[in-house]
Write a protein that binds this ligand. Structure first.
Ligand code: KG4
Ligand code: ZN
Length: 348
């Protein structure tokens, strides 16, 4: 099976060509620089940029894969969750293409695509579900923080999510207070590597709470108050690095501890992680150490597949079409608030 996948749920316009579990191309046009001066994604600008970028990105993905449109067996796109108008651009363009080519269309749940992205690996990247094990999966990005119990392929249940800010949002907002460029996560990671994670003691929200939910707004506010009391700190490069390392340590400790605890509680032997924040070097290192200590298998999404991209959409779509016989739907509408629990229901 050969398919073209489209992703436009937030601020990345992406197109990928997938053939038999292999990623032939994965083109991502990021709008990061455009939104930088606003310190976050501006939906109206994102929509216009998707409109501008869609065709060149789709053309580049086809050219890079050496696949022609007439060779496609299906066209798929992210259906939700995400920014409504941004989703609309990718979904309607993909449906138009499927209609013109007389091929089936399938709408994909963005978080579900992240959820299965750790099963893509290797060079060239291919889907390796032969190693699949029931797992507890952490999905962490700028818009979501989810802990999910995956009992079998496409059979998953959300254990917890964030009650307020997502983990990536906490990274980005603290970075903004420090004066770092958007998105702040990668820069905090880089500076944090030179800092002391024990320099400042920030709260670990809900760490001891027996539930599986997260909360990061309080941590962000603690950093804000701390900076109001210590403004001179921002004039010292080493202290900025210490602040990045200390904030990062607080976020990562909560993410790792709650993920490991949920896995132990449910008796699964495998942990997976995906989403933009899974690029974070301390999260990758500490999850690996914690899984090693418990003798759990760890599968981390590869860094280039952690942030939003169409390849993860396409790989999941192909699994659905080939192995799960998911019905296609050329008339599917966007679903900006689609719950992950119902991602495998045909209509929402
Ligand atoms: O998955 P993603 O591309 O988009 C959303 O769906 O939100 O994730 C973007 C988020 C941003 O908040 C960004 O700061 C964060 O992932 N991020 C990182 C790192 N790389 C990206 N956070 C911490 N450390 C990183 N190395
Ligand atoms: Zn995402």
């Amino acid at each position: 099976m050969t398919l073209l996948a489209i992703e436009t749920s937030c601020d990345e316009t992406s197109a990928a060509v997938i053939r038999n579990g292999e990623i032939l191309s994965n083109v991502v046009s990021s709008q990061t620089r455009l939104h930088e001066e606003y310190g976050g994604v501006v939906p109206e600008l994102a929509t216009r940029e998707h409109l501008r970028n869609f065709l060149p990105v789709a053309r580049d993905a086809l050219n890079a894969s050496k696949v022609t449109a007439s060779e496609l067996d299906a066209v798929v796109a992210t259906r939700g969750p995400g920014l409504p108008n941004a989703l609309m651009v990718g979904l309607k363009a993909a449906q138009g293409l499927a209609f013109a080519l007389r091929k089936p269309f399938l709408g994909i749940h963005h978080h579900e695509a992240h959820l299965y992205s750790p099963w893509i690996s290797g060079q060239p990247p291919f889907a390796d579900f032969s190693a699949f094990q029931p797992n507890v999966s952490l999905i962490v990005s700028g818009g979501h923080t989810l802990l999910v119990h995956v009992e079998a392929e496409l059979k998953h249940r959300v254990l917890g999510s964030t009650l307020d800010d997502a983990a990536g949002e906490c990274f980005d907002k603290v970075a903004k207070m420090i004066g770092l460029p958007y998105p702040g996560g990668p820069e905090m990671d880089r500076l944090g590597a030179k800092g002391n994670p024990a320099a400042y003691d920030f709260p670990r929200p809900l760490l001891r709470d027996p539930g599986d939910d997260f909360s990061f707004a309080g941590l962000k506010t603690s950093v804000r108050y701390f900076l109001q009391k210590n403004p001179a700190l921002l004039e010292n490069a080493q202290k900025i690095s210490d602040l990045c390392a200390s904030t990062q340590a607080a976020i990562v400790e909560v993410l790792v501890a709650k993920t490991i605890r949920a896995a132990a509680h449910l008796g699964v032997r495998c942990v997976t992680a995906s989403g933009g924040v899974t690029c974070n070097s301390v999260l990758r290192r500490d999850l690996a150490a914690a899984c090693h200590a418990k003798n759990f298998t760890l599968r981390l999404a590869e860094k280039n597949l952690c942030t939003d991209n169409a390849a993860i959409i396409g790989i999941l779509a192909e699994r659905k079409l080939l192995h799960h016989k998911t019905p296609t739907d050329l008339d599917a509408e966007i679903s900006p608030n689609w719950p992950l629990e119902s991602s495998n229901q045909v209509s929402v």
